[in-house]
Design a protein around this ligand. Structure first.
Ligand code: HEM
Length: 406
């Protein structure tokens, strides 16, 4: 890809950013979310069906939730981007992607910290074996884009249908094919990888804290009448304890592990850049890591304790203080465009799982003893790589049979 081609995440010019942001935003924010709800519900249904299948195959089974959540996250992201059925949840053909994406993120992260590595093409020997095996990210992305280009532009509600309109525009709103590529390269990990990290860590914390699991299960099982009823909408967003559990998992283990560096833009070159009373020299990048803010006891007392209740306080001042220091999606004009969609996906997957199952940590399983920690550990690859939690599932009565029989 041409290195000068930008996407919504890395474009510097504020006006160009607004255009790209509008294109992506049409799909993933506010009122648009309900249009993709049925697709997400369908994928979440496959997620719980797979848990049932794994339970039947091996009883009681031990399931690595990072794997299952990554399959779900990327299947949804590919459908959102190009209406493409990756089918990682049910078929192992493209499952190499769950290794290829963190590998790519790790290399990009290295470039971001040590720019000279890019000039010596440090990534090539690392990518090469996967390219030779036919297991690299970019050729798979090409396959998805080619398949979508062969369809009618508005055949589906996906990112492509919005970008294609901009490809054909003749005015300032036009984007090039290279820009479409740049957007696609960013979108798949941005949408798929982050949500699956958040869901994996939510499973970890809810499994580790049995009282939280009891309260959460009670909320889900009294709010909904059937498993099929869990399809998004108001009922799901009104599950206050569920939202609190998600927030607390995002606080403890924020999926974007890297620091979001900022420097003064050329449009403000003549103004002093002042942060907290300190004048920042030109060309200097500044940033505060999300994890650090989320673990500052001034904002979150007992920061290493998983406590969803901290999100359910009545005192407006305490509520405001929590919210001000909570930034898993970042803040400002460049904050995450997919936040409502992320809550929908994570909330629906957890609610539906708890409708059909109880679960617990399999303390004897997993490659290390990380389950004995009170924190779900993430490896910083700018976003995150992770393993586990390894869970044992117990079906809730015979409810799961409705998933097997239809
Ligand atoms: C729990 C899940 C997610 C987390 C924690 C997360 C977090 C973030 C963060 C920290 C940023 C960087 C903002 C900055 O530079 O200041 C970002 C950007 C972005 N995210 Fe997410 N994200 C999540 C899910 C999603 C999903 C599901 C989508 C799309 C469906 C998405 C789309 C985007 C886009 C398009 C941007 C670029 C925004 C811009 O630069 O204007 N994200 N996200």
């Amino acid at each position: 890809m041409d290195p000068t081609t930008t996407n919504v995440f890395n474009v510097l010019d504020p006006q160009a950013h607004r255009l790209k942001r509008r294109l992506v935003g049409q799909l993933v924010t506010g009122g648009s979310v309900h249009r993709v709800e049925p697709m997400i519900a369908e994928q979440v249904e496959i997620f719980v069906k797979q848990l049932v299948t794994l339970c039947i195959m091996d009883s009681p089974p031990i399931i690595n939730m990072s794997q299952r959540c990554k399959y779900l996250g990327l299947d949804i992201a590919a459908l959102l981007a190009f209406g493409y059925q990756l089918r990682l949840q049910t078929d192992d053909k493209h499952r190499y992607l769950i290794r290829a994406i963190p590998r790519g993120s790790w290399i990009i992260n290295m470039y971001m910290q040590f720019w000279f590595l890019k000039t010596i093409k440090f990534g090539i020997p690392i990518y090469l074996p996967a390219i030779i095996r036919g297991e690299a990210f970019l050729p798979t992305l090409r396959k998805m884009i080619d398949a979508r280009l062969g369809e009618d532009t508005h055949a589906r509600v996906d990112l492509y249908s919005h970008l294609a309109d901009a490809l054909n525009a003749s005015d300032n709103n036009k984007i090039t094919l290279k820009e479409l590529w740049a957007e696609a390269i960013f979108f798949l990990p941005a949408a798929g990888d982050t949500s699956s990290t958040a869901l994996s860590s939510l499973f970890f914390y809810v499994a580790q804290n049995s009282e939280c699991q009891r309260k959460l299960a009670e909320e889900i099982r009294t709010t909904f009448a059937t498993g099929a009823d869990i399809r998004g909408g108001r009922k799901l967003t009104n599950c206050q304890y569920l939202q609190a559990c998600i927030n607390e998992a995002l606080r403890m283990s924020p999926p974007v592990a890297g620091t979001l560096w900022r420097e003064q833009g050329p449009e403000a070159a003549n103004e002093a850049f002042v942060v907290d009373g300190v004048v920042i020299p030109k060309g200097t990048q500044v940033g505060v890591n999300i994890y650090s803010i989320h673990h500052n006891p001034e904002y979150f007392p007992s920061p290493f304790v998983y406590k969803p209740e901290r999100w359910l306080v009545d005192d407006p001042e305490a509520k405001k203080a929590n919210t001000a220091a909570f930034l898993p999606f970042s803040i400002g004009a460049r904050a995450c465009a997919g936040k409502p969609l992320a809550y929908l996906e994570i909330g629906m997957a957890m609610a539906k799982t708890l409708w059909y199952f109880d679960f617990e940590l399999a303390r004897d399983a997993g490659p290390d003893a990380s389950h004995r920690d009170t924190e779900f550990k993430l490896k910083d690859v700018f976003t995150s790589d992770h393993d586990g939690p390894y869970l044992r599932f117990r079906p809730r009565g015979s409810l799961y049979r409705e998933l097997v029989n239809d």
